[in-house]
Design a protein around this ligand. Structure first.
Ligand code: ZN
Length: 244
């Protein structure tokens, strides 16, 4: 072969490789577009599914009443899933909690975190006793200390935190009601199935003082009805007799 012929063959090979590569990358790009299109569709169908699951949610576990008169049985247990390294939530409801927090962040509400979620009954016992001790220390009687403690901390087994369906946000402080996060929750939490569990105007019925930081999962359908009719969980259960 002459030098020229070799050059022609080499150039030919280079052109062929170039052509093959162009087609290859075109294909890759097309795949990428198709994948992201699929992902968009997947997100939409997940959203539909999420709505359907929430709409179909009429199961009793969502609206289980836990309060002083309705304590959980001693052997109560629930399947939990991790919110993060330390906090846990009911496995059946955690996706709604996570979706709510993600959507808040997407809408620039970044000053929000979960202070407390599921608590086992033993831990609740520790918190309860700590609070009583605090009041005893400042000179209150045992009875007074228990009364004062019960206003904010449920007796072990009577807290929604034992149930795994409640979360406390930020500093567990009334100042939370002045935050953007609180305003957002008031407007949107029911979409994800959450309610403000201890509203200001229901203290007499719930037996718990106003807690702007405490939100309870009850499922989308129940949450919407409760908000529409301004019913707290106790009133809702009484009205719809859903607890049977
Ligand atoms: Zn709470």
């Amino acid at each position: 072969m002459t030098k020229n012929k070799v050059l022609v063959v080499v150039i030919g090979i280079v052109i062929m490789i170039a052509v093959v590569m162009v087609y290859f990358f075109k294909g890759q790009k097309k795949n990428l577009i198709e994948t992201s299109y699929l992902q968009d569709n997947l997100q939409i169908s997940n959203k539909d599914k999420f709505n359907n699951i929430a709409k179909a949610g009429e199961l009793d576990w969502k609206i289980r009443l836990v309060n002083e008169k309705n304590p959980l049985p001693e052997d109560f247990s629930v399947e939990l899933a991790n919110i993060d390294n330390t906090r846990k939530f009911d496995k059946r409801a955690i996706k709604y909690l996570k979706e709510m927090l993600e959507d808040m962040k997407k809408q620039s509400i970044t000053n929000i975190w979960i202070q407390s979620a599921y608590r086992n009954i033993e831990y609740q016992r520790v918190l309860y006793q700590k609070s009583i001790n605090r009041y005893l220390k400042i000179g209150k009687s045992q009875e007074e200390s228990e009364e004062l403690t019960k206003k904010y901390i449920n007796k072990p087994g009577t807290s929604e935190h034992n149930l795994g369906l409640a979360v406390d946000f930020n500093e567990v402080d009334e100042g939370f009601e002045n935050t953007k996060a609180y305003k957002w929750l008031q407007e949107n939490a029911s979409i994800y199935g959450f309610i403000l569990r201890y509203p200001k105007d229901k203290e007499e019925i719930t037996g718990i003082e106003y807690e702007p930081w405490h939100w309870r999962y009850v499922g989308q359908e129940h949450a919407k009805k409760m908000n529409e009719e301004s019913l707290c969980l106790e009133e809702y259960l009484q009205k719809y007799d859903n607890n049977k």
